[in-house]
Design a protein around this ligand. Structure first.
Ligand code: FAD
Length: 470
């Protein structure tokens, strides 16, 4: 079996490490952050220093397909999550009251997840990884560059990495799981490889706040998890141990919403949204956490199907990261980690064959998810820009537009949207069946769109202009 070096001990790197070690590979994982994995969930939330992941304390929701993957491959992670008081939650509980057909359907369990705040999620995976035979996790070790030589097909072959402590570590395969800020492209440039990269900035700014229940349990869903309200969108994410987060996001160019970083403005705006105001009914456990500059970006190590470099695989956010409005990055990273395990089963001994197989599998399995996310982001940006400018966008005659109306009236249309959010089916797959598409169009023709209530643009600007509370 192969010697595999994984760079980065986030959720993707740890999961890849576990899966590869269980396939009898010898796996060494380097994580730059030195902090040991805390013993309990309290320590993970308050004290775990994870400077390598800027979004570590931002809201995170594990999509149902991510939960299912752990159930199939690594049930111990789900047990560790249960120990950390993760929340069992079904996305069907956010079904709008306008849908009267509440009959269960076969396969509804695919909408269930077990979710928690990011530090607890990662701690659960890290605890399982720490006791995995064949996997050595070394914390506090920074990889600083690749060791390369000319490969058999005339392109560089990465045979290992250098570390900040001066070590030279050799491996049959180097896995880049260093996240959205991965330096791998810069390292490869030093050995003459220009990595093709595509990026765009959807340009969202996020303002989030965490709350803990004061006895009443999780607030009821009176609107979808992700509710567009004109020039802003509200995202309500349930989490572990009676906690949840509320995020308000809008366009980075929308200067007025920058005042959302002040708790009194944030609370005033959420309070002005009748279907969301009750999410403030808890004890705030953080201040408002702002986040911006989150690009959609993907990379490839091939050109025209030919590898530009071999011996290295990009995985998770290091391959492609998207802005988090659909909350899929964790789950797509886990799917990618499993795909890596599967492609490695066909062998890593021939670096050229592996590089081609990895690229093909990634583009086939994960590429459509990247495209799906970017397409939905672009539509959200158009809608927010129109709301900000006071324009009414004429609804395009597409089935995707019809779905936006149908999800409020038809239980199966709602499931189709949730299956997309949960990372089961891309929009393209979900809407490809002609009978389904026809039915969605019919529901949309028979009903008016339902818009959850929120402040007008003028009222929003008024709320944001109010003096700050002392
Ligand atoms: C604001 C925000 C909210 C999000 N919310 C959600 C959500 O609700 N649901 C969801 O599914 N996704 C969400 N995401 C996306 C999610 O955070 C990422 O997709 C996920 O963290 C990717 O995991 P990863 O392991 O690939 O990378 P990361 O988690 O970034 O891990 C990379 C690791 O590499 C290490 N590293 C970096 N450089 C080196 C080096 N030189 N040597 C050694 N180690 C190194 C880092 O320390 C880090 O531990 C969100 C993202 C953002 C920005």
């Amino acid at each position: 079996m192969a010697k595999i070096l994984i760079l980065g001990g986030g959720t993707t790197g740890l999961t890849a490490g576990l899966l590869l070690a269980r396939d009898d590979h010898e796996v060494e994982l380097l994580e730059v952050d030195a902090g040991p994995v805390p013993g309990g969930p309290g320590g993970a939330w308050k004290a775990w220093a994870r400077d390598g992941v800027v979004q570590f304390r931002q809201p995170h929701y594990l999509q149902p397909r991510g939960r299912a993957l752990y159930g199939e491959e690594l049930p111990e992670v789900l047990e560790a999550l249960e120990d950390a008081r993760a929340l069992r939650f079904t996305a069907l509980s956010a079904m709008p009251p306008t849908i009267t057909d509440r009959a269960p359907r076969p396969g509804d369990d695919r909408f269930e997840t077990l979710t928690a705040r990011r530090p607890m999620l990662e701690q659960a995976i890290a605890r399982v990884a720490a006791s995995q035979t064949g996997l050595t996790v070394r914390r506090g070790v920074r990889a600083t560059g690749v060791l390369a030589r000319r490969g058999a097909i005339g392109v560089p072959y990465v045979r290992g990495v250098a570390t900040a402590d001066g070590e030279h570590l050799e491996a049959d395969l180097v896995v880049d799981a260093m996240g959205r800020r991965s330096p791998m492209a810069a390292w490869l440039r030093q050995i003459g490889v220009v990595v093709p990269e595509w990026s765009e900035d959807a340009g969202f700014m996020y303002y989030s706040r965490f709350f803990r229940s004061t006895g009443g349990g999780l607030p009821a869903f009176r609107a979808p998890l992700n509710t567009p309200l004109g020039s802003i969108t509200i995202l309500t994410l349930p989490a572990d141990d009676g906690t949840w987060s509320v995020t308000v996001y809008g366009l980075a160019g929308d200067r007025a919403i920058k005042r959302l970083r002040h708790a009194s403005c944030f609370d005033a705006v959420v309070a002005a949204c009748p279907a969301h105001a009750h999410w403030l009914d808890g004890e705030p456990i953080t201040d408002v956490l702002p986040m911006a500059g989150v690009l959609d970006r993907r990379r490839r190590l091939t050109e025209g199907g030919r590898p530009l470099v071999t011996g290295v695989a990009l995985v998770g956010d290091a391959w492609a990261c998207t802005n988090p409005s659909l909350g899929r990055g964790l789950t797509l990273g886990l799917l990618h980690a499993r795909l890596l395990r599967d492609v490695a089963r066909t062998g890593v001994a021939d670096p050229h064959a592996f590089a081609r197989a990895w690229d093909e599998a990634t583009e086939r399995e994960l590429g459509p998810w990247y495209a799906d996310t970017v397409e939905q982001d672009r539509a959200a940006v158009r809608a927010m820009e129109a709301a900000r400018a006071g324009w009414t966008l004429s609804a395009p005659g597409t089935v995707a537009a019809a779905l936006r109306t149908a999800v409020s009236h038809d239980a199966d249309a709602f499931r189709l949207l949730v299956a997309n959010r949960a990372c089961w089916t891309t929009m393209r797959e979900g809407l490809s069946d002609r009978a389904t598409a026809a039915r969605i169009r019919q529901v949309a023709r028979d009903h008016e769109p339902v818009q959850p209530p929120g402040p007008s643009r003028q009222r929003l600007l008024g709320l944001l202009a109010e003096p700050l509370a002392a």
